[in-house]
Design a protein around this ligand. Structure first.
Ligand code: MN3
Length: 236
């Protein structure tokens, strides 16, 4: 027995010698510090179920939006003056951004601004539409709320590839428009009231290629109170 133990001990010290314990995994690189921050969602990831699923919200906010913020911070790192501007101001005046980072500001600044707004406009509405002055303006522009819904859906379906559908203010007039990639109507001098992300990352987990189903579901999670509040403030 003693001999067997000795062999065992010798073997295990050999094993210890040969197989050094693996070093602990390196901690993930800390996100580079920067002036722009990922705003927390004001509701849980599952708040929009079943229309927009929790897993999509978690990845969309925690990975995709976070990446836009991170890449924007990287872009502005050598231009500290830009960090004192709001992301909306950066996107509103792309020409003012140094040429070297103008495309990054357009893409990642746009991505940050667009998503920040998008999250604020989502809430299960149980079929309720807009009220007040916005309702009147929608009726005046589109004929009726249901015509607006159809037109908005058509616009969202018409975005080829990745982009956004928007209800914006052009001066004081409502306007339906779309943009490619992360381009924002802010860069065109217009104020976004309602935004719909039609990048596949916004819906693929639940809807795969069925953008029409996602756009139909979106109408159930528009926070019309928030949109009406924007209209009140921006069209005043
Ligand atoms: Mn997105």
């Amino acid at each position: 027995m003693a001999a067997a133990s000795a062999v065992c001990a010798a073997t295990s010290s050999l094993v210890r010698l040969r197989a050094q314990p693996a070093p602990p995994p390196a901690p993930p690189a800390p996100a580079p510090a920067g002036p722009f921050k990922l705003p927390p969602l004001a509701y849980p990831y599952d708040a929009l179920e079943p229309h927009i699923d929790a897993r999509t919200m978690e990845i969309h906010h925690g990975k995709h939006h976070a990446a836009y913020v991170q890449n924007l911070n990287k872009a502005v790192a050598e231009f500290p003056d830009l960090g004192s501007k709001s992301v909306e101001d950066l996107v509103r005046d792309l020409a003012a951004a140094p040429e070297k980072i103008r495309t990054a500001v357009r893409n990642h600044g746009g991505g940050h601004a667009n998503h920040t707004l998008f999250w604020q406009l989502l809430k299960k509405n149980n079929g309720a539409g807009p009220g007040g002055d916005l309702a009147k303006a929608i009726d005046a522009k589109f004929g009726s709320f249901s015509s607006f819904q159809q037109e908005f859906t058509k616009a969202a379906m018409g975005v080829f590839g990745s982009g956004w559908a928007w209800l914006t203010l052009d001066g004081k007039a409502l306007r339906l428009e779309t943009s490619a990639n992360q381009d924002s109507p802010l860069s065109q001098g217009r104020a976004p009231l309602l935004a719909l992300d039609v990048w596949e990352h916004a819906y693929y987990l639940k809807y795969q290629n069925r953008r029409a189903d996602y756009v139909a579901a979106f109408h159930s999670v528009i926070n019309w109170d928030a949109v009406a509040e924007r209209y009140q403030k921006l069209a005043a």
